[in-house]
Design a protein around this ligand. Structure first.
Ligand code: DQA
Length: 148
């Protein structure tokens, strides 16, 4: 297994950014925690944060030749705007889990719609940083079911 974790715009500010919505855990802590879990299983895991739509699109396109098996993505504000990033995920056909720290259904109406959810394997929202770990655990449980 080879997992790519993608974080969209402004998630580099986690820890200090609207902690009421996004919690106090930093992105470095999330990435390090996921890396530790993945390494413990003997998996490869790469994380990338970008504020630029094209950088995330390029990373999705490059995931295929790199042999990425699963993607965990928090598209952040691109959730509600980016047909291009959605199309990249549809193009590569790598299964992905959509994660949001906050509950996007309990906030402003414009956050309720996601361009990603109908293509996602599953969506986790509102559980803070735990959502990333739950997503990784879900991939692990699925792999173990398929290759016991
Ligand atoms: C977010 C929710 C989005 O609406 C927002 O634009 C973000 C973060 C979340 O993790 O809760 O930047 O994806």
């Amino acid at each position: 297994p080879h997992v790519l974790v993608l974080h969209g715009p402004n998630l580099n500010l986690l820890g200090s950014r609207e902690p009421g919505h996004y919690g106090q855990t930093t992105l470095a802590e999330i990435d390090a925690g996921m890396q530790t879990l993945a390494q413990g299983w003997g998996w490869r895991l790469h994380s990338l944060q970008s504020n630029a739509e094209h950088v995330l699109i390029d990373a999705v396109q490059e995931a295929l030749p790199l042999g990425v098996t699963d993607i965990i993505i928090n598209p952040a504000a691109f959730t509600h705007t980016s047909v291009a990033l959605r199309d990249a995920l549809a193009a590569v056909q790598i299964p992905f889990i959509e994660v949001h720290l906050s509950n996007i259904h309990g906030r402003e109406p414009f956050r309720r719609h996601s361009y990603f959810s109908e293509l996602a394997q599953g969506v986790i929202a509102g559980l803070g940083a735990d959502g990333y770990f739950l997503a990784l655990d879900a991939i692990h449980r699925r792999m173990k079911r398929h290759n016991p």
